[in-house]
Design a protein around this ligand. Sequence first.
Ligand SMILES: [Zn+2]
Length: 134
Amino acid sequence: VDARSPEQRRRIMQAVGTNNTSPELIVRKLLFRMGYRYRLHRRGLPGTPDIVFPGRKKAIFVHGCFWHSHACPKGRPPKSRLDYWETKLLANRLRDGKKQADLAALGWAVLVVWQCETRDPVRLEATLRQFVDK
Ligand SMILES: [Zn+2]
C-alpha cells in the first residue's frame, strides 16, 4: 500500500521527470534524491555495472526491456527475421547471466531495474530503498 498523498506522488513524478529521460537517468536521479551517493559505470567489475555502491558491495544494472528480453510486452522479439533476433537476444541474455554470476562470486549483490519499471517512480523508489539498505 502506498502511504503517500497524491501531492507527494506528484512531486516525486515531477522530480524524476518521466519524459525524454533515459531509464538509467531516471534511476540515478531518483537515488540521488533519496540521498544515496553512488558511482557510475565502475570499470574493473564484471560487466561494468551502471550504478555501484562500493562500500555496500551493491550493483545495479538498468536494462532496456527489448535488448535484455524482459518478460513484458516490450521484451518480445520482432516477428521479422526471428532467427537473427533470437540468436542476438539469447547472446545478450547469456552475457547478462554471466555478469551477474561473476559479480555474485565476488560477493556483490545485484539488482536489475527494467526500463518498464522506471515508469512507476514511486514503486521504483521502494524497490531501490529495499535493495540498497538491505
Ligand atoms: Zn519490461
